[in-house]
Design a protein around this ligand. Structure first.
Ligand code: 0L1
Ligand code: MG
Length: 261
């Protein structure tokens, strides 16, 4: 479909209003099934531009839909990306439910690069060579769409459901760490919910970051030194409710915990 730029802008504003007003909205593809993934990225770009105009800062891009299970569920063959902003990083150990719509948590490994990485043709080995630190993270995704239901163009437009993130304190050099074998368990209120290893993320989290660099290059963008880059969910995404305590125990990367209130 070919839409004029003000159409993308209008849809981006609709999503921003949903986020700010904490009100779920009807997914675009319900009324406009002709929307493409390309349209989704054009809407996302308008949304990012508007947030930058509002004074927010991107802390880094993220990969989404990186696990085979999620790709199968969405009937897609490729992951998607979005951007994490400064206001999304939670300081402390409390997630405020009154700021969100219907959040879910997933465990991820984040990368901090020492040097810019520019695609195309980036490999996982190049990503690892450019990585200063890896750090565990708990991403909070919060689709702006009713019942967390969407098609691929919708979720791309919605900045890949980006909402909040807890960044752990276990910053480690990736040298000597087999990131594909690093495991994590996720519990809520002491009850085991999920577990996985880095290999859940496209075989190796660095593969995911390499793919991200290559996807961004198609739109003239690159990964930047110092950004915090979320490589994709190792665990599934789990719904949160008030009073929950979430605990992630990582192999070699420490323990993370937060409360929902
Ligand atoms: O970070 C993610 O994997 C989320 C991607 C969007 C799909 C979803 O909201 O489940
Ligand atoms: Mg994620």
């Amino acid at each position: 479909m070919s839409m004029n730029p003000s159409g993308y802008e209008e849809m981006a504003l609709f999503l921003i209003e949903s986020e700010v007003g904490k009100r779920e909205v009807e997914r675009f593809t319900k009324r406009r099934p002709e929307l493409t993934v390309e349209d989704g990225y054009r809407i996302q770009e308008a949304l990012i531009a508007r947030k930058l105009e509002q004074g927010y800062r991107v802390i880094g891009p993220k990969m989404g839909l990186t696990s085979r299970a999620k790709m199968k569920q969405m009937n897609v063959e490729a992951p998607i990306y979005g951007f994490i902003f400064d206001y999304m990083v939670v300081e402390g150990d409390v997630l405020r439910l009154d700021e969100l719509i219907h959040p879910k948590v997933e465990a991820e490994i984040a990368f901090v690069l020492a040097a810019d990485v520019q695609g195309p043709g980036v490999t996982a080995a190049q990503v690892l060579a450019a990585t200063e630190y890896v750090v565990p993270a708990l991403e909070i995704i919060d689709s702006r769409y009713e019942d967390f239901q969407f098609a691929l163009p919708d979720v791309v437009a919605d900045n890949a459901s980006s909402s909040r993130v807890f960044i752990g304190s276990g910053f480690r050099s990736p040298v000597g760490l087999e990131l594909d074998l690093i495991g994590v368990t996720l519990s809520i209120n002491g009850e085991w919910k999920d577990a996985g290893a880095g290999a859940e993320v496209l075989g190796h989290p660095a593969e995911s970051v390499a793919m991200l660099a290559n996807m961004l290059s198609r739109r003239g963008q690159s990964l930047k030194a110092g950004q915090v880059i979320l490589s994709g969910g190792i665990t599934g995404a789990h719904t949160l409710k008030a009073g929950d305590t979430v605990t992630a125990i990582w192999d070699r990367l420490g323990t993370m915990q937060f409360r929902v209130q």
